[in-house]
Design a protein around this ligand. Structure first.
Ligand SMILES: [Zn+2]
Length: 234
């Protein structure tokens, strides 16, 4: 082996080392993923309800969901989860629904530093624990306004300890238009507003008739069970 080929081998080895280094997570960041759509071959879908500013409509929705016997996932804004509404939030859990993290102040995460994002998610989790009176580990998060930057923001979210970022595949308040778009695995976005409540009252019976099962996002994507740590409220 002459001097030139030794250098070539050394360069190749160095390149290999460098490429390996890139694969190692920086600062122990957990591998995360953005989930938008479940298995299209199964007739399961997830209804998600964001923000939860209007607790009256939230109550009406809970009545509707228990009448229809469906389970959904709520992404309430942290600063609207109050201890005085404990009964309502306990009902959400006891009715079998899931609660995910939608941050505390509902700010666009693309404008925030990693520390601020971590704080936003932590504060929302704390607010929910305080309102419920026990620790309930939220398993998923949804960025406000669906706003994120694929590299920067997502890395910051993952490093904050939130590997499961949930988006949606159907955002349609009109029941007739929504029914045309919903497929197996769809994640449907709604808000606690009158229009969406009315739409869901029409939509849910139709979806059931079409053979769809409505499950929480953690069930749709088969994450670990969503029971609160310690087994839930006594
Ligand atoms: Zn929102």
């Amino acid at each position: 082996m002459n001097a030139k080929s030794v250098i070539r081998v050394r360069n190749a080895a160095m390149a290999m080392l460098l490429s390996l280094t890139v694969l190692i997570p920086i600062h122990g960041a957990s591998a995360g993923q953005v989930y938008k759509h479940g298995d299209p071959n199964r007739s399961r879908i997830a209804i998600t309800v964001d923000d939860c500013f209007d607790l009256g409509i939230l109550q009406d929705m809970l009545d509707l969901f228990s009448r229809e016997n469906v389970r959904v996932t709520f992404y309430p804004v942290g600063r609207f989860i109050k201890e005085k509404d404990r009964e309502l939030w306990l009902r959400v859990i006891n009715d079998g629904h899931e609660i995910g993290n939608h941050t505390y102040n509902h700010k666009k995460l693309t404008n925030l530093t990693g520390n601020r994002i971590r704080e936003e998610l932590k504060m929302a989790q704390k607010a929910l624990n305080k309102a419920l009176g026990f620790d309930y580990s939220m398993r998923t998060m949804r960025p406000p306004y669906g706003s994120f930057n694929a590299n920067k923001t997502l890395q910051k979210i993952y490093r904050s300890g939130w590997p499961n970022v949930i988006f949606w595949s159907v955002s349609q308040g009109n029941a007739d238009k929504a029914i045309e778009k919903i497929r197996g695995g769809s994640v449907c976005l709604f808000h606690t507003i009158k229009r969406d409540y009315n739409s869901l009252t029409r939509l849910i019976p139709q979806l059931k008739e079409m053979g769809f099962e409505m499950v929480t996002v953690s069930e749709l994507f088969e994450f670990d069970n969503v029971l609160p740590e310690g087994g839930g409220p006594l």
